[in-house]
Design a protein around this ligand. Sequence first.
Ligand SMILES: Cc1cc2nc3c(=O)[nH]c(=O)nc-3n(C[C@H](O)[C@H](O)[C@H](O)COP(=O)(O)O)c2cc1C
Length: 159
Amino acid sequence: MKKVILLFLLAVMALSMAAAEAPVLFIYEESNENIDPWLEMLRSGLASRSIAYEEKSAAELEGLDLSPYSSLFLYGAVMAFTFKEPIRDWLDTEPDLSEKKVSLLVTANRWFLDKYRGQLQQRLDKHGAETIDTISSATKNLSDDEKAALALKALSAIP
Ligand SMILES: Cc1cc2nc3c(=O)[nH]c(=O)nc-3n(C[C@H](O)[C@H](O)[C@H](O)COP(=O)(O)O)c2cc1C
């Protein structure tokens, strides 16, 4: 009898640990020399908060099963006056984001920041996401320390 109770308790513990470890899906536009430093800052911020996560560039998302993830973190960057935006292209494939908690960080050197943030937000709303945080910033006048602080701030709302 004691063995049965022990096994039951172990099973309950295993199930609750699995539930607690549902990873965050960290989505970014693409890897390039401007975006890579942000990926590093965001990875180190996620690690410093001990957040379990998996990361994908937007091009890797087609057909991905989103069911293991309850939270998404999106890092969008304005590229080519918003003509080239892989995250937006993915959102246009109509992924089902209902019951997904989404944090959004958008940066631009200086142009079209609000336009792109709005485009992402509109698509997130359309696909049923619950946006828990949106931060956007022009980066033109930011020091490296200010960029790192912004990256950390953007991660702070992840549940
Ligand atoms: C291919 C490419 C195109 C870009 N086009 C724009 C743009 O149209 N408007 C803008 O404000 N920034 C543009 N940027 C700058 C990025 O938005 C910027 O590098 C990114 O937000 C990260 O900021 P940081 O480079 O200041 O760290 C572009 C960057 C790349 C790599």
